[in-house]
Design a protein around this ligand. Structure first.
Ligand SMILES: [Zn+2]
Length: 212
């Protein structure tokens, strides 16, 4: 589904996105179990994995990254991008200590090619570190679409809100990150879980930040 011109949403257990405007960018890679489903969705939309320039991982949770090894087999030219904190957990040079522990143990390690700092831009996307859900969670600001790619910094399953605290490594820091997102301006927002917001998105974040 193309939710904005050049922004495709592919629904699996967790949402993934492909930006098709300038270079082809995949945001998150779903679970190992759903990777085939994501590839089928992409094929239907005529997006060829081998044309992907970047695969950006918002955070290390299995439903966002355990499909990466499978996707990388087809996306041979793509650079894997994450926050510099999460890069070590994704490559497993360091062991992630937050929930859900057992599932993390099973996911394959994948090296990260580009480890971003907070505020650094890559392929037109600006990294905004939003720790608390995981230690190195990252959201992305795509100014060309006035779009926040939140990852799991918030969810919009039953209205905009924080993630379930069972999955947050630091619930207090997670809320501070939502307050930080509310200081940016963006018309639209997409989430790892829940529906996109098209129009008036940052105003909703400001409203949520006041209630936290
Ligand atoms: Zn998550």
């Amino acid at each position: 589904m193309e939710i904005l011109r050049g922004v495709h949403l592919f629904e699996t257990y967790a949402n993934t996105y492909v930006l098709t405007d300038s270079s082809l960018i995949l945001i998150d890679t779903t679970s190992e179990l759903d990777a085939g489903k994501l590839l089928a969705h992409m094929e239907k939309a005529r997006i060829r994995p081998k044309d992907l320039a970047s695969i950006v991982i918002t955070h290390v949770h299995p439903d966002h990254v355990s499909g990466l090894a499978r996707i990388k087999r087809d996306a041979v030219g793509a650079k894997v991008v994450s926050s510099k904190i999460e890069a070590e957990y994704i490559a497993k040079t360091r062991t992630y200590d937050g929930p859900p522990g057992a599932q993390y143990q099973k996911q394959p390690p994948t090296p990260v090619d580009v480890a971003l700092d907070d505020g650094q831009a890559h392929d037109g996307l600006k990294a905004i570190f939003t720790p608390g859900h995981t230690r190195g969670s990252m959201s992305l600001l795509d100014e060309s679409h006035s779009l926040l790619i939140a990852g799991d910094a918030a969810n919009n399953e039953n209205g905009l809100g924080p993630m379930d605290d069972r999955y947050n490594v630091d619930p207090k820091q997670h809320r501070e990150s939502i307050k930080r997102l509310a200081t940016f301006h963006f018309e639209n927002a997409v989430f790892g879980h829940g529906k996109p917001i098209v129009g008036g998105a940052s105003a909703q974040f400001v409203g949520l930040a006041k209630r936290l």
